[in-house]
Design a protein around this ligand. Structure first.
Ligand code: AKB
Length: 315
């Protein structure tokens, strides 16, 4: 039987992954955790532990006391926040990861580690960026994700731990807001479209980046964790994507539903520089062939769903 711990569960992915896992494996088998507890969240709907992953003893104790055998390790700072405080990012992303890997080693847990398109940098091929290519990022977030990928591979090779992971592109979702990322505009634009009919974007109109919709992000993580290991040549750090889009294209897709919607641009130089260093589009063929990555949402389908779900919630 699976006993799952989700770290960083109050964040954008965690808020939805916990419910997804509880539906699949049973509520009592999925322990949500985070540095803070948000009232009225998934923390109130099943087991929850207050956990700061930079605390190695507490991390090990939570795994031991709950007889955890699988960890989805989501606790992380994102790209834009990282540039404001690189040392804090390193502490949370790297010390947090090694504490989780050590707890996994002590108790024989499988681990899911979300990496990011941020592992790529200006020397990586820009279009259809391959699975195996140059990864020399220029952000501290990207550096922590490349180091994390290597560390996960090392724990697999050295200690035989079953560690798997995805390189997430921007994730568009409608439950918890993302915080401190470069791709956040693609979520905020929907809230603004419904509330004000207009959005001021912090990236240039022609900045192409990869995105996926949250249901595909969740299904991808679970599908990879359940995949037959004999078929995985990489295990860790799989490129995945569903759409490569620009702010202008996203605004046009929203306009099809809301003709009066307008967008203007006030460029944030820090986030623009980060976005410019990332790929325009990824090649995700290895994920498709090795474990069946098969996203269900493209730009049109995701936009229709986002507007419907958010409109119902906001009203
Ligand atoms: C960010 O923008 O920092 C994240 C990511 C792409 O990893 N959403």
């Amino acid at each position: 039987m699976k006993k799952i711990l989700v770290t960083g569960s109050m964040g954008q992915i965690g808020s939805e992954l916990v419910s997804h896992l509880r539906d699949r494996y049973g509520s009592s088998n999925v322990i949500a955790s985070g540095r803070r507890k948000k009232n009225g969240s998934i923390a109130d709907q099943g087991p929850f532990e207050l956990l700061d992953v930079t605390d190695s003893e507490k991390t090990e104790a939570v795994v031991r006391n709950n007889k955890v055998n699988t960890i989805y390790h989501l606790a992380s700072l994102l790209s834009a926040t990282g540039e404001q405080d690189p040392q804090a990012l390193w502490n949370i992303n790297m010390n947090g990861l090694i504490n989780v890997l050590e707890a996994a080693r002590a108790h024989g847990c499988s681990v899911f580690f979300p990496s990011s398109i941020a592992v790529f940098g200006s020397q990586s091929p820009k279009d259809k960026t391959p699975q195996d290519t140059i990864t020399r990022p220029s952000t501290i977030y990207g550096i922590s994700k490349v180091s994390g990928e290597l560390l996960c591979d090392y724990y697999h090779l050295k200690y035989g731990l079953d560690i798997r992971g995805l390189r997430y592109p921007g994730i568009i979702s409608n439950v918890a807001l993302p915080g401190g990322g470069t791709t956040d505009y693609a979520v905020l634009i929907f809230y603004d479209a419904l509330k004000d009919g207009r959005h001021t974007c912090f990236l240039k109109e022609d900045t192409a980046l990869d995105f996926i919709y949250m249901p595909d992000a969740l299904e991808g993580a679970v599908k990879l964790m359940e995949a037959d290991p004999a078929k995985l040549r990489h295990r860790n750090a799989f490129n995945i994507t569903a759409m490569s889009i620009t702010p202008k294209q996203l605004a046009a897709a929203i306009k099809e539903h809301k003709p009066d919607f307008t967008i203007d641009y006030e460029i944030d130089p820090v986030r623009q520089e980060i976005a410019d260093s990332w790929p325009n589009s990824l090649d995700d063929s290895e994920a498709r062939t090795q474990w069946g990555w098969d996203p269900q949402y493209d730009l049109k389908k995701m936009t229709t769903d986002m507007l419907e779900v958010l409109a119902a919630r906001i009203n």
